[in-house]
Design a protein around this ligand. Structure first.
Ligand SMILES: O=C(O)c1ccccc1N[C@@H]1O[C@H](COP(=O)(O)O)[C@@H](O)[C@H]1O
Length: 226
C-alpha cells in the first residue's frame, strides 16, 4: 500500500497549497492554543475550504471536550480526527460514535512500556500515530521536533494502519520508514524554518524523500521475498 504522508500544523494558504501541490495525502490543522501552529476557527474554515478533496483534512486536538470538537469539525469538515492528548480508550470510542468520523489516536512513546496501552486503543481507533513522548515540562504534547527510538516499533503487530511522527525530516525519513515499516509518516517541525513557520522548499523536499524511501523499502521487501 502507498505511504500516507501527513503535513501537520499548516496555518497559511501558501504553505497549504504547497503541501497539496507536492502531493501530501493528509493536511493537519492544530487546535491547541499553546502551539505556535494553533489556528483559529475562522482560519481553519478558510484553509479547510481550499483543500477541495485533494487530501484528507485532519483536525488535531488535545483532550478536547465535545463542544470544542464540534466547533473544529464544523469549521474544517475533516476526514480524520487526531486525538493527541491523554484520551482514554472509552473517550476515543465515545468520540468516534458521537461524531461519526474516523479517529487516529496518538500514542506517545519513550520506552517499550508506553506501548502497553496499544491493544486497547487499536480496538477502538481507525489508525494509530506513534509520536515521541514530550518531556514533562513541555508546553505541548507534540510538535517538538524530537524523535523517539523507532526500534521500539520493530515487532509490533497491528491490524489497523499506523503512522510514525516526531522529529522527522528529509534527512531521517528513509531510516524511520525502513525501521518501522510504517504505512504513514507525519511531520511538522521538520518542514519549518522556525517554530510554526512552514518552509515551502522543506515541504517539497520532505515529501519527495518520503516517496523515494517508501519505494526503496517496498523494493527491498520484494527482493527479500524472492
Ligand atoms: O504541532 C504542534 O504544535 C502540536 C501541538 C500539540 C500536539 C501535537 C502537535 N503536533 C504533532 O506532533 C507530532 C510531531 O511533530 P514534529 O514533527 O516533531 O514537530 C506531529 O504528529 C504533529 O501532528
Amino acid at each position: 500500500m502507498a505511504l500516507a504522508v501527513k503535513i501537520c500544523g499548516l496555518s497559511t494558504r501558501e504553505t497549504l497549497e504547497v503541501a497539496l501541490d507536492a502531493g501530501a495525502d493528509m493536511v493537519g490543522f492544530v487546535f491547541f492554543e499553546a502551539s505556535p501552529r494553533h489556528v483559529t476557527l475562522g482560519t481553519a474554515r478558510e484553509l479547510g475550504g481550499l483543500v477541495k478533496g485533494r487530501a484528507i483534512k485532519v483536525v488535531l486536538t488535545v483532550d478536547a471536550d465535545d463542544a470544542t470538537l464540534e466547533n473544529c469539525i464544523d469549521a474544517v469538515q475533516p476526514g480524520l480526527l487526531q486525538l493527541h492528548g491523554s484520551e482514554s480508550v472509552a473517550r476515543v470510542r465515545d468520540i468516534k460514535q458521537k461524531f461519526g468520523l474516523p479517529v487516529m489516536k496518538v500514542l506517545s512513546v519513550a520506552t517499550a512500556a508506553d506501548l502497553a496501552g496499544l491493544p486497547g486503543y487499536a480496538a477502538v481507533a481507525d489508525r494509530i500515530l506513534f509520536d515521541a513522548r514530550a518531556p514533562k515540562d513541555a508546553t505541548r504534547p507534540g510538535g517538538l521536533g524530537v524523535p523517539f527510538d523507532w526500534h521500539l516499533l520493530e515487532n509490533i503487530k497491528l491490524t489497523i494502519p499506523f503512522m510514525v511522527g516526531g522529529g522527522l525530516n528529509a534527512g531521517n525519513i528513509a531510516e524511520a520508514i525502513r525501521v518501522t515499516r510504517a504505512g504513514g509518516v507525519d511531520v511538522s517541525s521538520g518542514v519549518e524554518s522556525a517554530p510554526g513557520v512552514k518552509d515551502p522548499e522543506m515541504i517539497r523536499t520532505f515529501i519527495r524523500a518520503a516517496r523515494e524511501a517508501a519505494g526503496a523499502t517496498a523494493s527491498s521487501k520484494i527482493a527479500s521475498s524472492v
